[in-house]
Design a protein around this ligand. Structure first.
Ligand SMILES: N[C@@H]1[C@@H](O)[C@H](O)[C@@H](COP(=O)(O)O)O[C@@H]1O
Length: 346
């Protein structure tokens, strides 16, 4: 691996190996009991990118008829009454040490003891979350010092297995999908974007960056905006579905770059196409992560092999964009300056 690469860039390249590590381990013992039980409710929680990775899981479990909530751990701290006896709380935290996650899990454990179950998904099996949880699913993402890359993709993969467990999908099928997604990631991580893409995004008067995603790609849009801030030190706002039209669209026009995630031609994304058209019409630069062709837009390829590959490939596009914008902004991609990799302060 070339020495001049920053830790963030090295982590981007290390993602296929981290996914392969995960793939080579079976799912943890004890998970079958958890996913077979009839829960009164299931609550998915976490912070930052670990929270966003739960969005597709929330969609899938809800579609399966499981009463399921997706609530960030800070909000759950303020609304703990959402948790009642016979709740499964699924807490995802790469570090297992985010302040809100640890605090809310400790309080819930104190209040409900064994009337609830806590499933912890974390890269650190010695973390506070792992200590509190009834069962820990390891991410196998390895050490990560800057903004989330390997841990985000491995979290998507663990959640994919978890959803498969709830839906009684055969393990071989899940592993096959993960292997396919890993192969795509391996092909994609080394393919840098055109070097001028970042300078084009920043080289205008009052640059504004926004990301939009619908359905499962909402996770990618929020992740993309988060790592653009963390890795490139550029303000970027992420939107789920139609929210962008409800006010923020007033900022559209020259100087705005809109990155639309999950822009796939096979999906019935009439409204995403309409949004791209409307943005381009007023001079917004539009990047489509996917193969949905829109006149005046720029496509960046993603995989359509399966839903997991689609999510992972969109995230890799987001990482590459963050790297190019960081370079254009004259900062080291991914290096924390004010905040930290792990936020324990409440
Ligand atoms: N700066 C990091 C974010 O990058 C991360 O997404 C979030 C959740 O971290 P974890 O998954 O360790 O709980 O915490 C911190 O604030």
């Amino acid at each position: 691996m070339p020495a001049q690469l920053t830790p963030f860039e090295q982590d981007v390249l290390a993602q296929p190996a981290a996914l392969s590590d995960l793939l080579s381990t079976g799912f943890v013992a004890g998970i079958d009991d958890l996913v077979s039980h009839r829960w009164g409710r299931v609550i998915l929680t976490g912070m930052g990118s670990s929270h966003f990775a739960g969005i597709p899981t929330w969609h899938a479990l809800t579609r399966s008829g499981i009463p399921c909530w997706l609530v960030d751990a800070g909000t759950l701290l303020e609304t703990p009454d959402l948790v009642t006896p016979n709740t499964l709380v699924i807490a995802t935290s790469q570090s297992g040490a985010s302040g809100e996650v640890v605090e809310v899990m400790s309080r819930l454990r104190d209040e409900w003891a064994d009337l609830i179950r806590i499933l912890g998904i974390t890269a650190d099996e010695n973390s506070p979350l792992a200590e509190i949880a009834d069962l820990t699913v390891p991410l196998h993402s390895g050490p990560e010092t800057t903004a989330s890359t390997k841990s985000y993709l491995n979290t998507l993969a663990v959640h994919h297995r978890l959803v498969g467990g709830f839906q009684k999908t055969p393990g071989e099928l899940l592993d096959g999908e993960l292997a396919t997604a890993t192969k795509w990631v391996a092909d994609a991580v080394g393919q840098r974007l055109a070097a001028d893409i970042g300078s084009r995004m920043l080289g205008t008067w009052a640059p504004r960056l926004i990301t939009v995603g619908r359905r499962d790609a909402a996770a990618t849009a929020l992740y993309a905006a988060l790592i653009m801030k963390e890795a490139a030190k550029v303000p970027a706002e992420g939107f789920v579905g139609g929210q962008f039209r409800h006010g923020p669209i007033e900022l559209a026009g020259w100087g705005m770059t809109a990155m639309l995630y999950g822009a796939d031609s096979y999906a019935d994304y009439v409204s995403l196409r309409r949004l791209a058209d409307d943005l381009i019409a007023v001079g917004t630069s539009v990047i489509l992560a996917g193969d949905l062709e829109v006149e005046g837009g720029r496509n960046l390829p993603t995989s359509r092999a399966n839903d997991l590959a689609s999510l992972m490939s969109g995230a890799v596009v987001a990482q590459h964009l963050a790297i190019e914008v960081a370079h254009a902004n004259g900062v080291v991609p991914g290096a924390f300056v004010v905040g930290n990799k792990v936020t324990t302060t409440l």
